[in-house]
Design a protein around this ligand. Structure first.
Ligand code: PMP
Length: 347
């Protein structure tokens, strides 16, 4: 790895009690270029702009995919990544689906470790605080030709993140738009998936909802995901989540929730979740909770479901009664080294 540290650190301008998530970038980034069929050397360089033109293939044809993960600082100042091998596997699954070159484990994991290590001072400490890390791969070849590009960049950038405290939100169960289709790219973290989700989300917001529950494109009869999260439904004391597929992103938080729930002896069923059955459960009072999970917010609890023009309210459970909150706490405690890591997830 080539290491070129900045001579103008911005750390003295960073106030961990007052910063804007997503717009504040740490001092360094990782970059690595792909050309002539192979990746070059990984470089750790000062964060900043790169020279590309509007004819770059990544922005014209959308060969771009990314990951979202976090580093956590515990109360003693030790720093941890959480299950980084899952993100490594997933970025390569995305790259493969988009006909992009896969990265090596060494580039990905060593790049992450080097970046987080050099910019440890940027990782805020305390409840809900973390460093949000964005590894990405995109086509850099300058050519207006609709074909697979032959030049790419792998990069890792990062922004400090704070407790994203979210009030329970109302979500619209989609009856028209979908984020993925059979044979499509739903299970890849393709940049274009996010572009395609913004317009339907805007429409749902105009209707008075905060997010969408994506349903299957063919029938809209089955839950798939919610916003940029995987979705869980609790009926009585059993939790349900749809199986991952080529339409559903294999979320790291989803997998962790499933394992943490099983550890607590909570019954988890990984099976198709039918919209009609959830609505019926809401009507007969057996629907206890619906929530979304993902790296950024960990958990968003839903307070109402929009279905057929109706807003169906969900029960308001206390934190102790709520599986969503209990499992969220289990996960956060594990990530921030407040509990034993019996799963071996901290790195
Ligand atoms: N689904 C989608 C579409 C997402 O963008 C994300 C965020 N990566 C998730 C689910 C949750 O995945 P993870 O738990 O790995 O963050």
């Amino acid at each position: 790895m080539i290491i070129q540290k900045t001579e103008n650190s911005r750390i003295s301008t960073f106030d961990p009690n007052n910063f804007s998530f997503g717009n504040t970038f740490i001092d360094h980034m990782i970059i690595c270029e792909y050309e002539n069929g192979k990746w070059g050397e990984v470089k750790l360089v000062p964060y900043g702009p790169l020279p590309f033109t509007p004819a770059m293939m990544g922005v014209n044809y959308g060969q771009a995919c990314f990951e979202g993960m976090k580093a956590y600082k515990d109360k003693d100042g030790q720093v941890f990544l959480f299950r980084p091998e899952k993100n490594f596997e997933r970025i390569n699954k995305s790259a493969k689906r988009l006909a992009m070159p896969e990265v090596t484990e060494e580039m990905f994991i060593e790049g992450l470790k080097a970046l987080v290590d050099v910019d440890r001072a940027w990782i805020p400490q305390g409840e809900g605080m973390s460093l949000y890390i964005r590894p990405l791969i995109f086509a850099t070849e300058e050519a207006l030709k609709a074909r697979v590009a032959n030049k790419y960049m792998f990069a890792i950038v990062a922004t400090p993140a704070k407790m994203y405290y979210t009030e329970p939100v109302s979500v619209k169960i989609s009856d028209h738009y979908s984020r993925a289709a059979n044979g499509g790219v739903g299970s890849a973290k393709a940049a274009g998936n996010y572009a395609a989700s913004f317009y339907p989300t805007q429409l749902a917001i105009e209707e008075g909802y905060e997010q969408i529950i994506w349903t299957d494109d063919a029938t809209h009869e089955y839950f798939e995901e919610s916003g940029t999260m995987n979705v869980f439904v609790r009926i009585n004391d059993t939790i349900f989540t749809p199986p991952t597929s080529e339409k559903i992103l294999d979320g790291v938080t989803r997998d962790s929730f499933i394992q943490l729930a099983k550890k607590r002896g909570i019954e988890v069923k990984i099976e198709p979740v039918k919209v009609k059955e959830v609505i019926e459960a809401q009507k007969n009072g057996t629907l206890k909770e619906v929530w979304g999970v993902g790296t950024a917010v960990v958990t968003t609890v839903f307070q109402a479901l929009g279905y057929n023009g109706e807003k169906l309210e969900l029960p308001r459970l206390s934190d102790e009664e709520s599986y969503a909150v209990t499992l969220k706490n289990d996960l956060v405690n594990l990530q921030t080294n407040l509990s034993d890591d019996s799963f071996g997830w901290r790195v």
